[in-house]
Design a protein around this ligand. Structure first.
Ligand SMILES: Nc1nc2c(ncn2[C@@H]2O[C@H](COP(=O)(O)OP(=O)(O)OP(=O)(O)O)[C@@H](O)[C@H]2O)c(=O)[nH]1
Length: 495
């Protein structure tokens, strides 16, 4: 078993070896220890994450009890995870992902600890001995927040805060915080707010109590940064709860109205029979980059998780000139808080409604299969299992060729591409051309030049077989969808 005193030595040793190649002054070493408490299996490893500091996170913990949710203030964090099953690699990947999430939320990750246990401790998430060790790490590193790699009960949050004496947040709160930062549309913002309130409701008491206790007993220095002296009392919490419930009801109504507007637009696209392609995939897999490649649209591409939160729908063209719509969707992540899956169910309808799902996976990830499985779970959840799926293994330029080969072997329909270099994109366009549903009705018409717009629609929405300009108008032979065929009816040659 690793004693707590070996940890500081590890961390002292690591920054030096890393400092040599540090690019930024702000970079710090990220080390973590995986502690085999039960089976004596020990594992030490260091890693370095590129860490960035993002300003502008403004909320103190006490504000969380206000009805208006503001972002959590995550600055200097220590990560902690409980490793209950799977391999060491699984535990590492999960913590690495938590680090990426914390960075995306603007935090500086100082350290990470994983504890091997059968299940999380019901009182403090990690065992009580480990919690004390964590307190030492927090003190030594000057962290202001502990981020846990799971969803904690209100009681676990209170108890762990009591031990470590700084704010404790869980993975769910972290993801909600990131979503709050990234939502841009009114609908997206409303959905995230609703999910945040849902999450907050049972936890108001916990955070309030914990704070009151810290204020009363712990001494102001122990909380690590700028907390107010007011601990919300029972009555305040009750008032907050009622106000939150009222606000949630109002928000649900508003979201329902916005959804109606979006449904109308989607039905319009359907009526026009423009084939639709939905891009789905794990967060950071390269969905927005692929959308940009296929449409030339300047969608925000960020090396951060969940840059895309609101569905973006664009028009694109196949090599033969057929129009289709391409929808980018929210990035998925393992253990996506269920409030969020629920909240984004309606935006995911773009996926359920599509003719084809392009399931983008990051080929440079050590285990892309995990991401594929997590995304498929959501695809199943939104009832989109019937939609044909093409797996797009992205980032070929940065991927291990063996991983690519393995994925191609495992997946029924897969294509290797690089949205960055353009590799494989021509093949993807051809594939879409071949796979998108074809218009059914063949027409042969003479269209007067005054109705030129109809001919343009045949080009965009159908397939033109031949086109000839005569003195009387355009002689057009084409395959189009039923609705458009009906509009051409007046121009059919007289029987
Ligand atoms: N090396 C490499 N990097 C890529 C490729 N495609 C995308 N990226 C990078 O991966 C990161 C994420 O790309 P995005 O397109 O924003 O990913 P996303 O899936 O839309 O992300 P979310 O919005 O978080 O769901 C960015 O830093 C991209 O530059 C690729 O083909 N090769």
């Amino acid at each position: 078993m690793t004693s707590s005193s070996s940890l500081p030595q590890d961390r002292q040793r690591l920054p030096e070896s890393l400092r040599a190649d540090a690019l930024m002054e702000e970079d710090v070493a990220w080390s973590h220890e995986i502690d085999g408490e039960r089976d004596g299996d020990q594992y030490d490893r260091s890693d370095r994450a590129s860490l960035r500091r993002v300003a502008g996170l403004s909320t103190e913990l006490e504000d969380v009890t206000e009805v208006e949710y503001r972002q959590l203030r995550l600055e200097r964090v220590v990560l902690v995870g409980v490793w209950t099953s799977g391999t060491v690699q699984d535990a590492e990947n999960s913590l690495a992902e938590l680090a990426a999430l914390a960075e995306t939320a603007g935090a500086l990750v100082l350290d990470g600890v994983v504890q091997r246990r059968d299940k999380p401790d019901p009182a403090t998430y990690i065992g009580s001995g480990k919690a004390l060790e964590l307190r030492d790490i927090v003190l030594e590193s000057g962290a202001d927040t502990v981020v846990c790699d799971g969803e904690l009960s209100p009681g676990q949050l209170i108890h762990l805060e009591d031990v470590v004496k700084v704010k404790v947040v869980d993975r769910t709160a972290l993801i909600l915080d990131i979503f709050a930062q990234h939502a841009k549309s009114r609908e997206g913002k409303a959905q995230v707010s609703l999910a945040q309130m849902q999450y907050m409701l049972p936890r108001l008491r916990g955070w309030g109590q914990s704070l009151s206790r810290q204020m009363g007993g712990g001494g102001s220095g122990s909380t690590g940064g700028g907390m107010a002296t007011r601990g919300p009392g029972e009555t305040k919490i009750e008032t907050d709860r009622r106000r939150i419930r009222e606000k949630m009801a109002k928000m649900r109504r508003e979201i329902a109205e916005m959804k109606t507007g979006r449904d109308v637009k989607r039905q319009e696209r359907r009526r026009n029979k423009i084939p639709s392609v939905a891009i789905a995939g794990y967060t950071n897999a390269g969905k927005s980059s692929l959308l940009n490649r296929l449409t030339g649209a300047g969608v925000l591409v960020e090396n951060a998780l969940f840059a895309t939160l609101d569905p973006t729908v664009r028009r694109a063209e196949t090599p033969s000139g057929r129009l289709y719509t391409l929808a980018d969707t929210v990035g998925f992540v393992r253990h996506l808080p269920h409030h969020l899956v629920e909240a984004f169910r309606s935006t995911m309808e773009e996926v359920a409604d599509a003719d084809i799902i392009l399931h983008v996976v990051d080929g440079s990830h050590p285990v892309p299969e995990e991401q594929l499985a997590a995304v498929r779970e959501v695809i199943r959840d939104v009832g989109a299992t019937e939609v044909p799926e093409i797996v797009i293994v992205n980032k070929a330029d940065a991927a291990d060729p063996l991983t690519l080969q393995r994925l191609l072997r495992q997946e029924k329909r897969a294509l290797v591409v690089s949205a960055r270099t353009g590799e494989g994109i021509a093949e993807l366009r051809d594939l879409l051309d071949a796979e998108l549903p074809r218009p059914q009705v063949e027409i042969e018409v003479l269209v007067p030049y005054t109705k030129g717009a109809l001919v343009s629609r045949a080009h965009a929405e159908g397939e033109v077989i031949s086109e000839e300009h005569t003195g009387e108008g355009t002689v057009l032979k084409a395959r189009v969808h039923e609705e458009l065929a009906a509009e051409f009816r007046p121009f059919l040659p007289a029987a």
